[in-house]
Design a protein around this ligand. Structure first.
Ligand SMILES: [Zn+2]
Length: 109
């Protein structure tokens, strides 16, 4: 079972208390974007076998959105952090690197 710690209220919430919100850290495009950029913003999503960053909502708790870094193969959770954060905190990126040497992801290199 997936258990995520809400970064706002500190509760270790089971998956049934949470609502998934898809991929985190999407680059948003507005009216001036090209058709390809806007298409990718709407439809293109990462689907990695491994480290992934996701949006979750503590639906049956404080109700706030947050981000989680976890492994999609093992369900190992590397950390959670507020949804207003534009990129994963350094401590979480270092925790991922410690357990997955050579790990990279598009926006952080
Ligand atoms: Zn909460």
């Amino acid at each position: 079972m997936l258990i995520l710690t809400c970064p706002y209220c500190g509760v270790d919430a089971e998956e049934t208390e949470l609502a998934p919100g898809g991929e985190a850290h999407l680059k948003r495009f507005g009216p001036g974007a090209s058709d390809e950029e806007f298409r990718d913003y709407l439809f293109a999503r990462e689907n990695p076998k491994g480290v992934h960053f996701e949006r979750w909502r503590h639906a049956h708790g404080c109700g706030k959105w947050f981000h989680a870094a976890r492994c999609t193969m093992t369900l190992e959770v590397f950390g959670t952090y507020p949804a207003q954060t534009t990129k994963p905190p350094k401590a979480i990126r270092e925790a991922i690197t410690a357990k997955r040497p050579g790990w990279t992801w598009r926006e952080f290199e």
